[in-house]
Design a binder for this molecule. Structure first.
Ligand code: FES
Ligand SMILES: [Fe+2]
Length: 470
């Protein structure tokens, strides 16, 4: 192993590769799913202190977070004028507010009198009146009034306007950037908007939204969702239908990376003897929580019989394509089996991770906690709104505390149990990083390239190559 030269393009797991699967797909795959976008970025270890040190967390707060586009809300969270969302991250608090003309503002959620937060929960309002002494702002952040105006002759209405962050909107997502300047949103997200032209998240609404406090650094937690090869040991129940080590790993520039984890295919870590294509489908159905008492096979697009000579992927692709067209009202005959079936997980630096593809799309977000040792992980599921119908308001966030389990959010179905398996590792990763004797973390050259690109970009902000110095 030591004499392998990783710079020679990187070794790959033997067996059916993702390129083979794209070539076998029943539909031509788009370039974003067939083109290699891997580059060797070195094999240096990463310092454990990046995950544990308060000084590093502070450097992130000062040098990184204010300069990046942060995913702050979905459009459907605030459909009507006056609707607002409280978005808090990295020591700041914002009111994301829908205006009368449909535009959106990101106002700092802090009273300019003696600093009370103006709002703690999402809601709807035409004015923000501070609950302490009653300074009051219009919903566009301009100052309105206060009691005892005579005692504040030193303050002007202009000077009392709430500070604002920049707002950018794309694909149904609302972003903010605290400090102006730097690349525009679409440039920052590139090439993601081009890829997502096929998957059109602007036609979706949030149907599930669960957040949970996690006893691990936000990067430890995010990185558990940037590679699929921990499936072998952490999620063995997925192996019958997951090509864990045959996944594709890609990155583009500084900000965007992705992996494609093929489903409907046997893991290369299982012995294929005696395992038919139908067996793969049956295992998939079992995992999807469909062994419950009220399971209705007739309404389950995954419940297919694989015709002779077809693969599980082709059969599942055909069934999902049909179900998708019926549910969405869109004809998506061009949708590949891959886009209907696989885990196509993108990450935009630093913490926005939408799934591509056509089926209900998962979106992750990770937010640092009050110390380096905690974070909040959020999971949304976006579902396609039927063609021609108005996008309904999204569901509110279901917040789980440190002591609660993902499985307590019944709306997550089988996903909750998978996340709990991840949670069985993460607090112990955090403890191990504190306890580490050599203070180093090692990364795989290929399957952990997304992590390496992420740290490379983070370094660019910490060093001032990006952000504050640009
Ligand atoms: S702190 Fe807000 S009005 Fe005094
Ligand atoms: Fe996992």
């Amino acid at each position: 192993m030591a004499d392998m030269d990783p710079a020679l393009g990187g070794a790959r797991c033997p067996g059916t590769s993702w390129q083979d699967l794209m070539a076998q797909d029943s539909r031509p795959a788009p370039a974003c799913l067939t083109e290699e976008s891997y580059q060797y970025l070195g094999s240096e270890p990463v310092d454990a202190s990046r995950y544990t040190s308060e000084a590093f967390a502070q450097a992130e707060r000062e040098r990184m977070w204010p300069y990046v586009w942060q995913f702050a809300a979905r459009e459907e969270d605030l459909p009507e004028p006056g609707d607002y969302v409280v978005y808090e991250n990295a020591g700041r608090s914002y009111l994301i507010v829908r205006q009368d003309d449909g535009s959106i503002k990101a106002l700092h959620n802090v009273c300019l009198h003696r600093g009370r937060k103006l709002r703690s929960h999402d809601g709807a309002a035409d004015a923000f009146t501070c609950p302490f002494h009653g300074f009051s702002w219009h919903k566009d952040g301009s100052f309105d009034t206060m009691p005892c105006r005579w005692d504040f002759a030193h303050l002007s209405a202009e000077g009392l306007a709430l500070p604002e962050a920049e707002v950018g909107r794309w694909g149904g997502y609302v972003f903010l950037r605290e400090e102006p300047g730097g690349p525009g949103l679409e440039e920052f997200l590139a090439p993601l908007p081009e890829h997502f032209n096929r998957w059109r998240h602007e036609e979706c609404t949030t149907v599930i939204w669960v957040a949970k406090e996690v006893a691990a650094n936000w990067k430890v937690t995010a990185e558990a969702f940037m590679e699929a090869w921990h499936t072998i040991v952490t999620h063995p129940q997925l192996l019958p239908f997951t090509g864990d080590c045959n996944s594709a790993y890609w990155f583009w520039g500084d900000n965007v990376n992705a992996n494609l984890v093929p489903f409907g295919v046997l893991s290369p870590h299982l012995d294929p003897a005696g395992k038919s294509q139908q067996w793969i489908v049956d295992e998939f159905i079992k995992y999807n929580g469909r062994s419950s008492d009220n399971y209705d096979a007739a309404g389950d697009p995954y419940a297919v019989s694989v015709p002779e000579g077809q693969t599980a992927r082709e059969a599942l692709g055909a069934a999902l394509r049909k179900a998708y067209a019926e549910q969405s009202g869109y004809d998506h005959d061009h949708a590949t089996d891959s886009e209907l079936l696989d885990a196509l997980v993108y990450n935009v630096f630093p913490n926005f991770a939408p799934w591509g593809g056509f089926m209900p799309n998962i979106v992750y977000r990770w937010l640092p906690g009050k110390t380096a040792d905690t974070c909040v992980m959020e999971v949304r599921v976006l579902a396609r709104v039927k063609k021609g119908e108005k996008i309904p308001r999204g569901v509110p966030r279901n917040f789980l505390t440190l002591d609660q389990k993902w499985t307590e959010a019944a709306e997550l179905g089988g996903l909750g149990a998978v996340f709990e398996q991840d949670m069985d590792n993460l607090p112990f990763v955090q403890e191990g990083l504190h306890a580490s004797k050599n203070g180093k973390v090692q990364l795989a050259n290929y399957q952990e390239i997304r992590l390496r690109q992420f740290h490379r970009t983070l370094d660019k902000y910490i060093s001032g190559e990006l952000g504050s110095a640009t």
